[in-house]
Every structure is written in C-alpha cells, then in structure tokens.
Design a protein around this ligand. Structure first.
Ligand code: ADP
Ligand code: MG
Length: 237
C-alpha cells in the first residue's frame, strides 16, 4: 500500500528524463525526492499527481492503479512553490474553494476549513486577502487548501524555496508537526539537502532521472552507495 512506482519512464519528445524508476512509499511515510536542478524531481511528482502522463510503467496509490486516472480522482493534493492563491478571495474562501466546487454542504465546508485553519494557526486571518499576509502565512494557506481536500497523499514541490532562510526553518518544523498530526503520506521535492535530511523518513536521491539510492537519511549519510550520493548528501549547498 502507500505509493508505488513500477518501472516508470518519462520521455519528452525524444528526450528521456525519467528512466525506469521504481519505488515503494509506505502509507504515512514522509518521503523526500532530492537531487540537483533538472534531475527530474518535479516531473516525477507531476506524474504521481497525474499532471503529466506516464510514458511507460505504472503508478498505484493505496493499492489502486492510477496510471491513467485524471488528477482529481487520484486522492492526491499538490502544494506548489508559487502558492497560486486566488488574490480576490479571502483566506477562508481560498481554502473552501475545492469543496465549493464539489458542492459540499455549507456546514461541512465551514467545519473542514476551520479545522485546517486551527492546524495551521490561521484562525485570526480567515477574513484577510492573500495580499495582507506574510509569505509564511500564504504558504500555510496553500497547505490549508490541500488539507481541506483530505487527500491520501500530499505532494509538495519545493514549497519553501521562495521563503527567507529563517522562515524556511520555521516552516520546516511546522511541516514535520503537520505530518505527525495528520499522519498522511507526504512526498516532498527539494534540492536542499538539509531540508531532505531533517524532514524525511525516507530519501530518494535522484540524478539525471535515475534513483541513485533510497533509504533512511542516516543510512544514506553513513553508507552511501556511490560518490554522487556521498557528495550530495554529505555537502549541503
Ligand atoms: P527538477 O524538478 O529536478 O529541477 P524537472 O523535472 O523540472 O527537474 O526537469 C527534468 C528535465 O525534464 C529537465 O531537463 C527539463 O528541462 C525537462 N523537462 C521538464 N518539463 C518538460 C517539458 N514539459 N517539456 C520538455 N522538457 C521538460
Ligand atoms: Mg522542480
């Protein structure tokens, strides 16, 4: 169960960017894909989300093959680096948006949004517009929109890279707390080794569309399979 990839490949035009990737992410794990820019992290995440089709191989989520399923029916929610909030809507309405689309009952919408706001400490900001929030608060709203959808799997694509260093550390702690609290499977993409080492239950080190090594952070640190992993995990940028 959890998320499984079997011999997944992605070719853009003539160019292969993901080569035969297989992985098992158990339910409830915090998995991190780490690797240098251009190694295929976002492409892999977008394939799991269904935002890119899969050239070959299979993806399953909680035992269901979702390889050819549309994004909305995969049970995933994605949080992007650029928060993509609706500027004209309040924090409350930004978080409620997907439930309103599904015509969820008003009471249920309110309940779910307030619960997400409580987890993310946004209760005092629900009537504000995104422009009235700090960068960290905006990122929390983006995460809140994902929580409200109650996905089986949260997908994060470098969600903290637009924040300053201090806030990044704070948000990292909040993400770890969030994961403990809601216990959902999370897959997190970053090129930042420190972020990977501190957040992950399980790290997948990628280089040029190939998983170089997968394992617990300290196992990779203590016992890297090759020079690339040793250099990349051992020397934070
Ligand atoms: P990362 O997120 O690790 O920085 P990406 O997954 O964005 O890497 O990109 C991996 C490779 O695939 C890069 O060489 C990139 O240029 C290429 N790529 C990504 N998206 C497309 C696309 N839509 N069309 C063609 N090439 C793409
Ligand atoms: Mg990327």
């Amino acid at each position: 169960m959890g998320v499984q990839l079997r011999n997944v490949r992605k070719v853009f035009g003539e160019v292969g960017v993901i080569h035969d990737v297989s992985m098992d992410i158990p339910t409830g794990d915090f998995a991190v894909f780490v690797g240098p820019s251009g190694c295929g992290k976002s492409t892999l995440l977008r394939m799991i989300a269904g935002l890119e089709d899969t050239t070959a191989g299979a993806i399953s989520i909680e035992g269901t093959d979702v390889t050819n399923r549309e994004p909305a029916k995969r049970g995933v929610a994605m949080v992007f680096q650029s928060y993509a909030l609706y500027p004209h809507l309040s924090v409350f309405e930004n978080m409620a948006f997907s439930m309103r689309l599904r015509r969820a009952p008003k009471g249920e919408v309110r309940e779910k949004v307030l619960e997400a706001a409580r987890i993310l400490q946004l209760e005092d900001h629900l009537e504000k517009k995104p422009s009235q929030l700090s960068g960290g608060q905006r990122q929390r709203v983006a995460i809140g929109r994902a929580i409200v959808r109650q996905p089986k799997v949260f997908l994060f694509d470098e969600p903290l890279s637009n924040l300053d260093a201090e806030l990044r550390v704070q948000m990292r702690l909040e993400l770890a707390r969030l994961h403990k609290q809601i216990g959902a499977t999370m897959i997190y993409v970053t090129h930042d080794q420190v972020e990977a080492m501190t957040l992950a239950d399980r790290i997948f080190v990628l280089k040029e569309g190939i998983v170089q090594q997968a394992g617990k952070p300290l196992d990779l640190y203590d016992d890297p399979d090759n020079r690339f992993v040793a250099g990349f995990i051992g020397s934070p940028a």
